[in-house]
Design a binder for this molecule. Structure first.
Ligand code: PLP
Length: 413
């Protein structure tokens, strides 16, 4: 890793002023928020947009002819258009609004899985998946008599790609893999992996929960069949999220949930379903959250997202350098390509104690298994402490993190 001398030209103070939560103190210290991989903070413009909806536009969408309903529908569908442009989907109707990544993956496992996966088939995931990209496939496999196959990782926390090729065969029905690991920070070469899977005619789902918030993602360039992400990790409210799916697949898939809003006609004998995206959006959705996601995308478009990604990467390199220089600290996840996440342990200190002591200094990190227990098992640790960065974090905050880590070591010495 090369030494980081100068940060790129990024006006971080100007950006920080957009996020009201960052100016508060915690335990008498300025908040240092380094838990962005769990949930990022929300800029004022997104808060204002949500408030405007609730104050002036709140109404149920799609089925109303009155002014407010039409207004809310227009705002909600405009958010879908923004998502489409942001990830470069061919059509807005390929962008299904869901509650978040978890619901998006469950939707595909339930709908695609129940139609296209049968006895003896194989589902290929990786050893670094979040539980949200393991359990829905396990449940499906149990139900269908299918098998889960796992792409292994090496000691750096990188996928072993030769093994991946060997695991693909005519029984493979889907590959589901993280773009960026939330526990290790590894960026996986998903474009190449998708191309390889397609040689076998196998569709690929990308768990983009940790990539879409951190660098531009283009679903057509990747040629992803499915791609899922959560609004609350990308400066939008909880309850918003997206399942992107190629129309060719979504058209062939049965509904996931049924009820209002997803039908064409209903009689007691038979129901016919609406087209995309309504077929997959039964019931009243999280309207304010969806509109908020659109506002978060507007915000990201307004700040030079590519420059933000470069800045964030430099911050990660700086933090890596600082923490790895501390005796007793071990980084978990040292892949050559990483984004945003720095997982670490301290010799003889439980990660929960690290988290608690850092909190006393106003520093928010996450301590635990990060919903990736197989990763913890691989590295033979019960848990890690995880600092995860956003473009509003600063070099000074990294210095504070390093100081606080020194303090933890002193306390436990
Ligand atoms: N996948 C990854 C890689 C994640 O980091 C997370 C959340 O941490 C999820 C899936 C689940 O996201 P959500 O809880 O928003 O559904």
């Amino acid at each position: 890793m090369t030494a980081v001398k100068e940060m790129s030209n990024w006006d971080v103070e100007k950006i920080r002023a957009d996020f009201p939560v960052l100016s508060q103190t915690v335990n008498g210290k300025p908040l240092v928020y380094l838990d962005n991989a769990a949930s990022s903070q929300v800029p004022q413009v997104v808060i204002d947009r949500g408030a405007k909806y609730l104050r002036e536009e709140h109404s149920n969408i799609h089925r109303g002819v009155h002014y407010l309903s039409q207004h809310a529908t227009t705002a909600y569908e405009a958010a879908r258009e923004k998502v489409k442009r942001f990830i470069n989907a061919k059509e807005a109707k390929e962008c299904i609004f869901v509650r978040g990544t978890t619901e998006g993956i469950n939707l595909v496992a339930y709908s695609y899985g129940r139609k296209f996966v049968g006895e003896g088939d194989e589902i290929l995931i990786s050893a670094m998946e979040h539980h949200a990209n393991i359990i829905p496939w396990q449940v499906l496999a149990e139900e269908k008599g299918a098998r889960i196959k796992v792409i292994p990782i090496n000691e750096r926390g990188e996928l072993i790609l030769e093994e991946y090729e060997n695991l693909l065969n005519e029984r493979t029905k889907i590959v589901a893999v993280a773009h960026v690991s939330n526990a290790l920070g590894t960026v996986n070469p998903v474009k190449e992996m998708i191309a390889t899977a397609h040689k076998f005619g196998v569709p690929v789902l990308i768990d983009a929960a940790q990539s879409v918030p951190h660098f531009p993602v283009d679903v057509q360039d990747l040629d992803a069949d499915f791609l899922v992400f959560s609004g609350h990790k990308m400066y939008a409210p909880t309850g918003s999220g997206v399942l992107y799916g190629k129309k060719e697949w979504l058209d062939k898939m049965p509904p996931y949930q049924t009820g209002g809003g997803m039908i064409r006609t209903v009689t007691f004998e038979k129901t016919t379903y609406a087209g995309l995206p309504e077929k997959f959006e039964a019931g009243t959705p999280a309207i304010a959250a969806g509109i908020g996601l659109g506002a978060a995308i507007d915000y990201l478009n307004s700040i030079d997202f590519e420059a933000a990604a470069r800045y964030e990467h430099e911050l990660l390199e700086y933090a890596t350098e600082k923490l790895s220089a501390i005796e007793g600290v071990k980084l978990i996840g040292t892949a050559r390509e990483k984004a945003s996440v720095l997982s670490f342990t301290i010799e003889n200190v439980h990660p929960h104690d690290i988290g608690t002591i850092l909190d006393q200094s106003g520093i928010a990190v996450r301590a635990g298994h990060h919903c990736a227990q197989p990763v913890m098992q691989f590295f033979d640790v019960p848990a890690t402490a995880r600092a995860s960065f956003a473009f509003y974090n600063t070099r000074e905050e990294v210095d504070k993190l390093a100081e606080a880590v020194h303090k933890v070591i002193e306390v436990f010495a």
